[in-house]
Design a protein around this ligand. Structure first.
Ligand code: ADE
Length: 420
């Protein structure tokens, strides 16, 4: 079967199938949704453009959408995150249209986004809002045909809320990131583990005894700080939000401004969603040999231009590790070119958390389609019932039972008359 595509490494398609099947073992909730979709065809004939990291987990989402009747085109949401064997498997073995090549340059990245949009999608599925941004800036002709979109990540939701506040958003968005079964697990346990995984695969450094600086204490930062501590690192948190900073203090982490952390850190990881968290002043203060990585959506959390400008020479010393010889004689190291280190140097979040994130994507798409006529062009949370359903199914799949309220307890909770 030949479908429109632009991929590398076609010969690796069978490896891709094996790895996609392996991930499916840990994605029981998405598997159940896929089986129901195959039977009920809730997305029959729906044209979907998806801009997601092309991984084994995303492949399982793509298969669920396809089995639900969707006509899908998939492109990458980051130039360095594509798993080429997965892209090959999707195209060659499963007949799904993919436009993604690992290491693609910026021009190719945006060409792929346009190719995904060329089949006039009715639903967009974003991880970082690049499809929405491209449609609104350059492909406004497509706007009338789009019934809605979904957004996977915090950064994307922030961009989309800004568009909605400016009355610039042309169609409703289901903010998958806001579901509890997404951000409490994917952002926290997923980013926590996969970021450490990326750093360790890239460097093989021992974290025990190192001073590990986490910039940002949102759900991703919380997860990362906790995992780094679990491996014996001395964790320093930097924050701009006083409540989050206080929470980090009471979790037992050291909290201080980044310029102070710069002087003591061995490893630095940015997970803030904001730009230039590591700027010239911070780079100036870092110790010789410091290692930097980013696990936020965009590659602007570390000021790469400043790093480049302050350095005299740069060379790749290991896969995913660039060494910068600074003008003052220090050496600094940057992992994964400042892009998402968990996807550039490792395989992204493990399948078990992506199971819940992508269950939200699948059910969110169905919800959007069913409710398109009444939804405003705003950013919407998914209904709590979807969150609860996903949590219940996940617990069931894990073989874990929980208690239910007795009638007496239910009555107690809904009454205001009982008390002291
Ligand atoms: N984002 C983080 N990890 C991911 C994964 N494994 N697949 C798709 N998107 C991701």
């Amino acid at each position: 079967m030949s479908v429109p595509s632009d991929i590398s490494e076609k010969a690796q398609a069978r490896t891709g199938v094996d790895r996609i099947t392996w991930a499916a073992r840990e994605m029981p909730v998405l598997g159940l949704i896929r089986a129901r979709f195959a039977q009920d065809q809730p997305l029959k004939g729906l044209r979907v453009a998806a801009c997601l990291h092309v991984t084994t987990e995303t492949a399982n989402l793509a298969l669920a959408l396809r089995d639900g009747g969707a006509e899908l085109r998939l492109c990458a949401s980051n130039p360095l995150s594509t798993q080429d064997d997965v892209a090959a498997a999707l195209v060659e073995e499963y007949g799904i249209s993919v436009f993604a090549r690992r290491g693609e340059d910026s021009e190719t990245y945006y060409r792929h986004i346009h190719q995904a949009l060329d089949h006039s999608p009715q639903v967009t599925m974003d991880d970082g809002a690049d499809l929405v941004a491209t449609i609104h800036r350059e492909r406004r002709d497509l706007l009338t045909g789009v019934v809605g979109g979904t957004e996977e990540t915090t950064t994307g939701v922030i961009r989309l809320r800004a568009m909605a506040a400016d009355s610039a958003l042309g169609y409703p968005i289901a903010a998958v990131n806001e579901s509890n079964t997404k951000h409490l697990f994917d952002n926290r346990f997923g980013t926590g583990q996969s970021t450490v995984d990326g750093i360790v695969r890239a460097t093989n450094v021992l974290l025990a005894g190192k001073t590990f600086v986490v910039a940002g204490y949102g759900w991703c930062g919380r997860g990362l700080a906790s995992r780094a501590r679990g491996l014996g690192a001395h964790v320093v948190v930097t924050e701009v939000d006083p409540v989050r900073a206080l929470e980090a203090v009471m979790e037992g982490f050291s909290v201080m401004p980044m310029v102070e952390a710069a002087e003591i850190g061995d490893l630095f990881v940015t997970v803030t969603g904001d730009c230039h968290v590591i700027d010239e002043e911070v780079l100036e203060a870092m110790k010789d040999g410091a290692i930097m990585a980013n696990s936020g959506h965009f590659d602007n959390e570390i000021d790469l231009e400043a790093l480049q400008g302050m350095s005299e020479a740069k060379r790749r010393v290991r896969d995913h590790v660039d060494e910068y010889r600074m003008g003052d004689g220090r050496t600094l190291y940057l992992l994964g070119e400042g892009r998402l280190v968990n996807l550039a140097a490792a395989e992204g979040h493990p399948a078990s958390v992506m199971d819940m994130s992508f269950a939200n994507q699948a059910l969110g798409t169905e919800w959007l389609v069913n409710n398109a006529a009444t939804l405003q062009a705003q950013v919407h949370d998914l209904p709590d019932s979807i969150d609860e359903e996903i949590a219940k199914l996940k617990l069931q799949a894990m073989g874990i039972g929980i208690d239910t309220l007795t009638e007496e307890q239910q009555a107690y909770l809904s009454s205001w008359e009982t008390g002291t």
